[in-house]
Design a protein around this ligand. Structure first.
Ligand SMILES: [Fe+2]
Length: 177
């Protein structure tokens, strides 16, 4: 079965609908960090980059009377839960392997613990750690990282480069076995 690529994931209408809210720039940047961190941690770069690309797709519009209230948003936020469900649905529709879809969904669910009554530190798998760390690397105060701009065509260009690196990674690893 051909791999579902990051570009396939990005172009799907579910991704297009939900990724705009939290920002394409943040999603693509975090996917790039996740690739590097995955290699360092011997985690699957396919799983890590897909999880990273989709980690914030559960965000809803956070404007209140035309003005964004970050504190108010955080208080009610369950974006990781909604994102986990959306990411799973999207990947299944794209024909993704069910175990991959589940792993990605869990990494999205656990990329933050800001909505939980307990800390996840020390409890995440290596994949989940990679995604959480990649997200932290792009974080700016008051959620400003969600406002950096990237055009869809630049996103596709960047994701194609990542897809190529991932394909090469698996080809080289199979040869080495
Ligand atoms: Fe994020």
């Amino acid at each position: 079965m051909a791999r579902v690529t990051l570009v396939d994931v990005f172009k799907h209408r579910i991704t297009q609908k939900y990724l705009q809210r939290s920002g394409i720039h943040h999603a693509v940047t975090v996917a790039g960090y996740a690739y590097d961190l995955a290699l360092e941690a011997s985690v699957s770069p396919d799983l890590a980059t897909k999880s990273a690309l989709l980690h914030d797709m559960g965000h809803y519009e956070w404007y209140l009377d035309g003005k964004w209230d970050y504190e108010e948003y955080r208080k009610h936020d369950i974006h990781a839960i909604k994102g986990a469900e959306r990411a799973h649905k999207l990947l299944i529709r794209l024909g993704e392997d069910r175990l991959v879809a589940k792993e990605v969904s869990l990494a999205v669910l656990l990329h933050t613990d800001s909505y939980l009554p307990f800390s996840l530190s020390g409890k995440r798998t290596s994949l989940q750690d990679v995604v959480a760390e990649a997200d932290r690397k792009d974080e700016q105060p008051n959620g400003l990282h969600h406002y950096n701009k990237m055009s869809p065509s630049s996103a596709i260009k960047n994701l194609s480069v990542l897809d190529k690196k991932i394909t090469d990674y698996y080809e080289n690893n199979i040869e080495a076995e």
